[in-house]
Design a protein around this ligand. Structure first.
Ligand code: HEC
Length: 106
């Protein structure tokens, strides 16, 4: 096999392997309503989520407004964006809680 093919395979494997995917924990979070979120997370945790959101979610694009989406829409988007922002599961959960708690009503 020519060297270039071997190299090409190695490069594509690395890219596939490093492609950011939400962890199992984040992906398995159910779609929850504002009320469900507020019942599970303290004010303090939601405030931490806001800080994490401000510090990590404006690196690639402008900060998106929490009330630009419904809880259901945030649920989908945030699962894609958490790995992009390289947040841990715990941080990701807090950002998600903040966004859903401030989402627009469906
Ligand atoms: C590494 C760069 C990067 C980071 C960090 C990032 N995003 Fe994004 N985001 C993108 C790109 C690229 C798009 C457009 C393509 C797409 O939708 O996947 C996007 C699109 C979006 C959209 C619009 C798309 C939609 O589905 O409505 C929202 C909302 C969003 N990001 C929220 C966030 C939040 C919240 C965070 C923090 C957890 C975040 N982003 C962090 C790169 C990033």
């Amino acid at each position: 096999m020519p060297k270039s093919i071997i190299l090409g395979c190695m490069v594509s494997l690395t890219i596939v392997g490093c492609y950011p995917k939400a962890s199992q924990v984040i992906r398995s979070l159910p779609v929850e309503s504002k009320e469900q979120i507020k019942a599970q997370y303290s004010q303090d945790q939601i405030a931490k989520g806001e800080t994490l959101f401000i510090n990590n979610c404006a690196k690639c694009h402008k900060l998106k407004q929490p009330d630009s989406k419904t809880p259901e829409q945030w649920n989908k988007t945030v699962k894609r964006m958490i790995p992009k922002a390289k947040l841990t599961d715990e941080e990701g959960k807090l950002v998600r809680a903040y966004l859903i708690a401030h989402a627009k009503d469906a």
